[in-house]
Design a protein around this ligand. Structure first.
Ligand code: SF4
Length: 298
């Protein structure tokens, strides 16, 4: 589920007017989530990674963290012990950690909502059995932190799971939320193909497959053979993002890229272009009325 890895950037006395005359040092590392955010909107990337403005964590993400932690512990058990009963025990154990977590507390759930949260978490955990029998998985590692240069890009990530399968190593990332439509599948797979590239570069044993396991009611597995051309293409895209990010940092020009996601951007109150985008989309009936940004521009 891809815990966020924050690249280290040189903090800057930023005056909130969107531009300074001083170049910003590029990040020391680039993670898939950071690269993806920069491609989505450079200005939002700056808000998050340079200004370090807080981004509230939504319930879905916290549910995902809960499920992810339980599955990490479960897959760390001996193969025969990876049963749903054991998963329930682990979920009860992890729940005490979740209740104390600041992200969970920030959701301010009442008792009924907390029960619904636990149910969503369990639905995600149990979703794993829809895709595989954990008892039959040969786990090589879980939660492996990888740091390696990919085509000169200092790449950093945490791989949820690496399995040994008959055809070779398989890299897995758990996801909460809905699986992507076929149209966006390749974009999503780029992240795990980068993990495959990194594991291959470090271990000298290139993974055979890379997959995203979407947990929950509508879950499914999205996977690709980690063919060299696909892996190379993912690395080339990462390299291109890295170069664009470097240019933006040197000139401190992190332009806005308004689009449908402005409705859910936690920094829309600081972004006139994003507000205008939400307004236009509202007028055209192309913005969901429950988008958090809607009351801000109404
Ligand atoms: S509101 Fe839209 S354009 Fe502005 S920073 Fe957020 S995502 Fe980017």
């Amino acid at each position: 589920m891809g815990r966020a890895i924050h690249p280290t950037v040189t903090p800057l006395g930023y005056n909130k007017t969107m531009s300074t005359d001083v170049a910003i040092s590029p990040p020391r590392h680039l993670s898939p989530s950071s690269a993806s955010l920069f491609e989505q909107c450079p200005r939002r990337w700056r808000f998050r990674y340079v200004d370090r403005l807080p981004e509230p964590v939504g319930e879905e993400a916290v549910v995902g963290t809960f499920a992810h932690r339980v599955l990490e512990l479960l897959l760390g058990e001996p193969a025969a012990a990876r049963t749903q009963d054991r998963a329930r025990e682990l979920a009860r154990q992890v729940w005490t950690e979740v209740e104390a977590d600041t992200d969970f507390r920030s959701l301010a759930l009442d008792d009924a909502a907390a029960r619904a949260f636990r149910w969503k978490g369990w639905t995600a955990i149990a979703g794993l059995w829809d895709h595989e029998d954990p008892c039959s998985v040969e786990v090589a590692s879980t939660e492996r932190r990888i740091e390696v240069a990919l085509d000169g890009v200092p790449f950093l990530g945490v791989v949820d799971r690496i399995d040994r399968c008959a055809d070779g190593l398989v890299v897995t990332d758990y996801k909460s939320g809905r699986p992507p439509s076929r149209r966006f599948q390749d974009d999503k797979l780029a992240q795990v193909l980068l993990y495959a590239a990194a594991v291959g570069a470090i271990d000298g044993d290139a993974p055979a497959r890379a997959r995203l396991v979407y947990l929950g009611r509508e879950g499914r597995v999205v996977e690709a053979d980690a063919r060299p051309e696909l892996v190379d293409s993912a690395v080339a895209a990462l390299r291109a993002t890295w170069e664009r990010l470097g240019e933006a940092a040197r000139a401190d020009t992190f332009d806005p890229a308004p689009g449908p996601l402005c409705g859910w951007c936690p920094h829309v109150d600081r972004c006139p272009e994003g507000q205008a985008e939400v307004r236009v989309r509202l007028e055209q009936g192309r913005m969901r009325l429950d988008a958090p940004a809607v009351p801000l521009v109404a």
